[in-house]
Ligand binder design. Structure first.
Ligand SMILES: [Fe+2]
Length: 759
C-alpha cells in the first residue's frame, strides 16, 4: 500500500461558534479519512512535561469523509484574459519587455507567451535551455522552430528585449539590448561583456493558436488528471511590456530604450504600464493595459509589485516617491499565495468553549491536525490568550534552519530530522516561510494561510533544535491556563489586526504567547491604546513586537514582511525595495521606525541561543512594595530553574530593559537572568562596531529582564521577556516558581480595580 500523506488548512485561522469553516485536505494514498474534532491542550512531547494532550470534542462533523489528491499551482505569473483573441498571431507583431532575469541559466522560462506546452502550439518570447533569449513558434502538430540569441543573458542585468514575427514572410527578429543604469544592475558598465544581440531568421513553422492564456513569466501547460496549469516559470523582474501590431525596427526599439519607455508603434495591441494603479496604500494584482483593448493582466500567486525598475536612479527607496522608477514586477517559480484546493468539507463551528482546536484526520498510520482558533461567541472571560498567528505565518513551513545549518549553529545541538521535515521537502508546493529565500535567491516576503502549515501542529519541533517553536510551544501556556483553571478566551493576531482596540477592550488582561515577533501597525496601535486606557498585558514572550508586517486592506490571507538593513535576519531586501506594497508602509524592524518593543513591553530583543536556558534571579526592585506581591509564595531569589526549553525559564530568545530604547522610566526590573554561554551573542541591531566581549558571559546586556510597570487607569505590563518562560510553566504539573509568579500576576491582572501594591 502506498504511504499515506494527509495535509490540510482552513479558510482562516479564527472562527466563532455557529460560523462556517471550510477545511481543505490533500490526501495521497487514501480516499477516506476519519475526522475527529479535538481541543489541543499541550503539544510538547518532552518527557519532563505532561506530553501531548488533546481532548476529543463531540461534533456533527466527526466521522468518515471522502478525500482526494489536490493540486497546487506554485510560482507567480500574470495571466491576461483575451476573449477577442487580440493577442493571436494572424498579423505581424512584436513582443517587447524590460526584463531583469535572476536565473537565466536554470532552463526554459517564459517571459511573454501564448504557448501551450502540452501541444507545442503558439508563440513564446522567453529564455531557452541554453540561458539565451529565445523566440519559439509551434504548430501544435509536433513541429517547433526557434530563433535564439547567440549570447546568454546575464543574471541581474536589465535589458530591453523584443521579438517580432511576420506570418506572411515567416521572418522573425530578436532584439536584446542591456539598459545602462548605474544603480540596479549587478555589474557596472565598465565590465566589457557581450550583452547585445540582434538576430533575424526565417522560421519554418507556422504557429498554431495555443489553447492557453497570454502570460507573463510562464507558459500554458496541461496534464491528464490535473487539467490546465502554468509551467516554464520565470525568475526575475519584468517592467513595462507590450505587444505591437507591426514588426518594430531596431531603430524604433533603440529609441524607446534611450527614451526609457514603451516603443511608439503605429499599431498598439497592448501596452502594459506596470506603474499604473499605484496608490498611497499599496499596489494590487492588476497590471494595467493602456492600449486600445484594455487587456489588463492579473497576477497569480502574488507577483511582487513596486520593485525597482529598469530606470531606478537610486534616490528613493519607496514606490510611492517615484512610481515611474518602480515598475518592476518580480516573479518566482516557487511563490505561493493560495493552494487553491477545493473544500473537502464545510463545518459549522460547534458551540463549545473558546480555545485551540483541530480537525484531527487519520487514515492508516497517517495523522494530521488542521488547527484553528475558536473565539467565544461573545467575550465573557476576563483573560484573552492572544495566539500569534502573524508569527505563525512568518515561520510557516520554515526550512532554512535545517537546510543551511543556521539553527544548528545557534542551538549547538545534534541535528534530529523528523518525518515532517522530510514531508516538507517532498512538497515544495506547500510554500516557504518568510525566513526562507526563493530558489532564485530572493527573500520570501509573502506568506499565506491558505496552505498546510506543517509546523503549526502539536508535537512539532523545529529542526535541528530539540524544542518546539511557536505554536507547539504556545500550547504549554494553554496547558498552564487549563491546569490552573483560569477562565480565558482565545483570540488571534488576525482578529486583533482586523478589529483593533475593540478586540482587546473586553478583557482585563491580555497574554502574549511565547514568541509574538510579528506585529502590524494596527496591532501595535491597539495594544498601546489598550494599555493607555487601563488594559493589562502579560508578555510571556521573547523577541516580541519586532518585525513590521502588513496585509492588504480587507485581505488577511497573505502577510508581507520586508527584511531591511537592521535586525537579526535571514535575508535582506534589495536596495530600494524597503516598502511593503500591501499597504505602503516601511518594512523592517519596529525599532527602525522609532517604535522599539521596549516602549510597550519594557524590554526588547537582546540575544538568542539554544544550548542552555538559565533561571532568573530576583533584583532589588523585587522588594519594591508596588511589585513585591508578584513574588508571594516564592522562597529564595531564584525563579524558573527548570523548563521544557533546555532547562530554564530564561533562554532561546530573550529581551532586556533599555531606557535608551524607550523602556518607561518608572519600570521596575524585578528579576534578571545571568551567566548565559557564549552561544548567546548580542543582537546585530545593537552592534555599531564589533569588538571582543560582545555577547555571552562577558556582556552585561546578555540577560532576560523580568519587568513591571503600570499604565494610566490601573493598567500594567508585566514582561517575562523570554521565549523559554512559557515552556517552564508546565514543569511538575505547573507547581514551580515560574508558574507561581505568573499566576500571582494573572490573578491580580484579571480582576478589575486597583492593582496590589498600588499606592
Ligand atoms: Fe523569531
Amino acid at each position: 500500500m502506498a504511504e499515506i500523506h494527509l495535509a490540510g488548512y482552513c479558510d482562516r485561522f479564527s472562527a466563532r461558534p455557529g460560523e462556517r469553516l471550510d477545511i481543505m485536505v490533500n490526501a495521497e494514498g487514501t480516499d477516506r479519512v476519519e475526522l475527529q474534532l479535538v481541543r489541543l491542550i499541550h503539544g510538547d512531547e518532552n518527557p519532563e512535561g505532561p506530553g501531548f494532550v488533546e481532548r476529543e470534542v463531540d461534533a456533527p462533523v466527526n466521522g468518515t469523509h471522502a478525500v482526494a489528491r489536490q493540486h497546487t499551482q506554485l510560482g507567480s505569473f500574470i495571466r491576461v484574459a483575451d476573449p477577442e483573441a487580440q493577442l493571436a498571431t494572424r498579423d505581424p507583431f512584436t513582443l517587447w519587455a524590460y526584463i531583469w532575469p535572476r536565473t537565466p541559466a536554470d532552463g526554459r522560462q517564459g517571459i511573454l507567451t501564448r504557448w501551450q506546452s502540452a501541444d507545442g502550439a503558439g508563440y513564446a518570447l522567453g529564455i531557452g535551455e541554453d540561458g539565451a533569449l529565445e523566440f519559439r513558434l509551434g504548430d501544435g502538430a509536433g513541429n517547433t522552430d526557434a530563433l535564439s540569441a547567440d549570447i546568454p543573458l546575464i543574471a541581474r542585468q536589465w535589458y530591453l528585449v523584443a521579438a517580432s514575427y511576420d506570418p506572411a514572410s515567416g521572418e522573425a527578429t530578436l532584439y536584446q539590448e542591456p539598459i545602462e543604469n548605474r544603480y540596479n544592475n549587478l555589474l557596472s558598465k565598465i565590465v566589457p561583456l557581450p550583452r547585445s544581440c540582434h538576430a533575424k531568421a526565417q522560421l519554418a513553422v507556422k504557429p498554431a493558436a495555443a489553447d492557453a492564456d497570454f502570460m507573463w513569466a510562464a507558459a500554458g501547460d496541461r496534464e491528464a488528471g490535473r487539467g490546465a496549469f502554468a509551467s516554464q516559470l520565470y525568475n526575475g523582474k519584468i517592467d513595462r511590456a507590450g505587444v505591437a501590431g507591426s514588426v518594430l525596427s531596431r531603430d524604433a526599439l533603440d529609441r524607446a530604450r534611450e527614451a526609457g519607455g514603451a516603443p511608439a508603434p503605429d499599431a498598439v495591441i497592448a501596452s502594459w504600464d506596470t506603474t499604473a494603479g499605484y496608490s498611497e496604500t499599496g499596489i494590487g494584482d492588476t497590471v494595467v493595459d493602456t492600449g486600445p483593448h484594455g487587456l489588463h493582466g492579473e497576477g497569480v500567486n502574488r507577483p511582487v509589485r513596486g520593485m525597482t525598475g529598469f530606470n531606478w536612479n537610486g534616490h528613493d527607496d519607496c514606490f510611492r516617491y517615484a512610481p515611474d522608477q518602480f515598475g518592476g514586477i518580480e516573479f518566482h517559480e516557487d511563490s505561493l499565495a493560495d493552494c487553491g484546493w477545493k473544500p473537502t468539507l464545510s463545518m459549522e463551528v460547534p458551540d463549545v468553549k473558546s480555545g485551540v482546536y483541530a480537525a484531527r484526520l487519520r487514515a492508516g498510520d497517517a495523522e494530521e491536525h488542521v488547527v484553528f482558533f475558536l473565539r467565544p461567541k461573545e467575550p465573557s472571560a476576563p483573560i484573552a490568550m492572544l495566539m500569534p498567528t502573524c508569527s505563525y505565518l512568518a515561520y510557516a513551513n520554515e526550512r532554512i534552519g535545517l537546510d543551511t545549518g543556521m539553527a544548528q549553529v545557534l542551538s549547538s545541538q545534534v541535528t534530529v530530522i523528523h518525518e515532517w521535515d522530510l514531508a516538507l521537502r517532498q512538497r515544495p508546493e506547500y510554500g516557504a516561510s518568510c525566513y526562507d529565500s526563493h530558489r532564485d535567491g530572493a527573500g520570501v516576503c509573502y506568506s499565506t494561510r491558505l496552505r498546510p502549515i506543517l509546523n503549526m501542529r502539536p508535537r512539532h519541533r523545529m529542526a535541528p533544535t530539540v524544542v518546539p517553536w511557536q505554536f507547539p510551544a504556545d500550547l504549554s501556556v494553554i496547558y498552564w491556563l487549563q491546569t490552573l483553571g483560569f477562565d480565558y478566551d482565545v483570540i488571534t493576531d488576525e482578529d486583533l489586526h482586523q478589529e483593533g482596540l475593540a478586540c482587546l477592550e473586553p478583557y482585563n488582561v491580555v497574554i502574549n504567547a511565547t514568541h509574538a515577533e510579528y506585529y502590524s501597525e494596527r496591532m501595535m496601535d491597539a495594544t498601546e491604546d489598550y494599555l493607555a486606557a487601563g488594559g493589562r498585558l502579560m508578555y510571556l514572550s521573547g523577541n516580541g513586537y519586532y518585525w513590521v508586517v502588513s496585509f492588504r486592506a480587507g485581505d488577511m490571507d497573505v502577510m508581507e514582511v520586508r527584511r531591511l538593513d537592521l535586525g537579526t535576519r535571514s535575508w535582506n531586501a534589495e536596495p530600494g525595495e524597503h516598502y511593503m506594497v500591501s499597504n505602503g508602509e516601511r518594512g523592517g524592524l519596529w525599532r527602525g521606525r522609532g517604535r522599539a518593543p521596549q516602549k510597550l513591553l519594557g524590554t526588547g530583543f537582546t540575544s538568542e541561543g539554544m544550548d542552555e536556558s538559565k533561571p532568573y534571579r530576583k533584583m532589588p526592585d523585587a522588594e519594591n512594595p508596588a511589585a513585591a506581591w508578584i513574588f508571594d509564595g516564592i522562597d529564595g531569589d531564584i525563579i524558573g530553574d527548570q523548563g521544557l526549553a533546555v532547562g530554564g525559564a530564561a533562554g532561546i530568545e530573550f529581551d532586556r530593559y533599555d531606557l535608551a530604547l524607550g523602556t518607561p522610566p518608572h519600570t521596575l526590573i524585578l528579576a534578571s537572568s545571568e551567566g548565559h554561554s557564549d552561544n548567546f551573542p548580542l543582537v546585530v541591531e545593537d552592534i555599531l562596531c564589533n569588538y571582543p566581549g560582545m555577547g555571552g558571559t562577558q556582556d552585561h546586556r546578555i540577560r532576560a529582564d523580568m519587568t513591571y510597570f503600570t499604565t494610566p487607569g490601573d493598567g500594567a505590563v508585566w514582561s517575562a521577556s523570554s521565549i523559554a518562560w512559557g515552556q517552564a510553566l508546565p514543569i511538575n504539573a505547573c507547581d514551580n516558581s515560574a508558574s507561581k509568579v505568573t499566576a500571582n500576576v494573572l490573578n491580580a491582572f484579571m480582576k478589575a480595580g486597583p492593582l496590589p501594591g498600588d499606592g
